[in-house]
Design a protein around this ligand. Structure first.
Ligand code: GRF
Length: 218
């Protein structure tokens, strides 16, 4: 038996790679027993590529602007990913809408984190929208990816209070602190074989999680 086997994580980014860094750190601190086998960015100038390089992780850009349409980019991305034989694909600030064919190809093995309490505020500018709506809380959601934008089954959700005087930036940085906790937690569960996608629901130990995911406290 090969005792050195570790789950293989592939990470997709478009920008800073903030969540990528939290996975690099979580693996280094043995919070997650896995290996990041590749970091791929659709944006060749993504600063996150430097974070991957600094950590000695194979990384490369696949520039979507070099492809005539979304389908052909997604086919190339899928082929590139498959070459790395990932067990789990993590979207970390990956700013591309994926085609249903791509999502289908990796069904149940792709996660995303979104800075809102989904199903509230899918898409962009989530903090600003929550503040403008007069909400008293917001948060972050880790979810399995489906072809619906930010619409896949939630795995973990963490709440963050909205305080008087909060701006999108101050609120965003407190939400990000929670992201750093819950995204690695979901990945750890997956790598331990506890978490799966079954019949359209995220399941922990084979039992469906609540519709908004596990409620993270802390
Ligand atoms: C995270 O805050 C996450 O909520 C969202 O993208 C952000 C990371 O993007 N999905 P980046 O690494 O700062 O570009």
């Amino acid at each position: 038996m090969n005792t050195s086997y570790k789950p293989r994580l592939a990470i997709l980014i478009s920008g800073k790679g903030s969540n990528l860094q939290s996975f690099i750190d979580a693996i280094q601190m043995n919070v997650i027993d896995a290996e990041i086998v590749c970091v791929i960015s659709n944006n060749p100038d993504a600063p996150g590529l430097e974070k991957a390089e600094a950590a000695g992780i194979p990384c490369q850009a696949l520039d979507h602007r070099q492809f005539p349409d979304r389908d052909s980019f997604d086919v190339a991305l899928a082929e590139l990913l498959e070459g790395y034989k990932p067990n789990l694909i993590l979207l970390c600030g990956f700013m591309r809408i994926l085609t249903p064919a791509f999502v289908e190809r990796f069904a149940g093995m792709m996660m995303n984190i979104h800075p809102s309490l989904l199903p509230k505020y899918p898409g962009l500018h989530t903090q600003q929208r929550a503040i403008e709506a007069g909400d008293t809380k917001t948060g972050a959601t880790v979810h399995f990816v489906t072809s619906e934008l930010d619409g896949g089954p939630p795995i973990i959700q963490a709440e963050v209070p909205i305080l008087e005087g909060d701006t999108a930036e101050t609120l965003g940085s407190r939400v990000f602190e929670k992201e750093n906790l819950i995204y690695p937690m979901a990945v750890r569960w997956y790598c331990q074989g506890r978490l799966s996608l079954s019949n359209g629901r995220a399941c922990l130990f084979g039992r469906p999680l609540p519709p908004t995911g596990f409620a993270f406290q802390g």
